[in-house]
Ligand binder design. Sequence first.
Ligand code: DQA
Length: 143
Amino acid sequence: KTVYILNGPNLNLLGKRQPDIYGHETLQDVEVACSKLVEAAGLSLRFLQSNAEHQLIDWIHEAREGACGLIINPAAYTHTSIAILDALNACDIPVFEVHISNVHKREEFRHQSYVSMRADGVIAGCGTQGYELALSRLIRLLG
Ligand code: DQA
């Protein structure tokens, strides 16, 4: 059984980009922490990042076929992408949405999330730990 963790645009710069908002941990640090949790649960992990909307959609289609759950930080596409919402609506697996920052405390345009219309749960403002929190919820659900 495989868990997909998808990351949207600019998250490749995590740790370097606006560290006051997103912290100093890199996406690779996040991947290491998530791998440990996933392996301990006897599952396997596909941890992916893309700056391209179509690539994220192709991975959601892949997850639809073979994953037991999906965690996504769609980054700025959260607030714009009906196409990502549609792709997630075509999936029957549990879906969790993660934001490193508390989007509700930030600019008005970050308050709207298309992905939240499909997500089974949303974690925002818990830093990169949000990925681990979403994972532990997913693992409990799959339990
Ligand atoms: C983000 C919040 C988004 O509004 C922003 O565009 C990002 C990252 C977060 O993890 O806090 O790129 O999804």
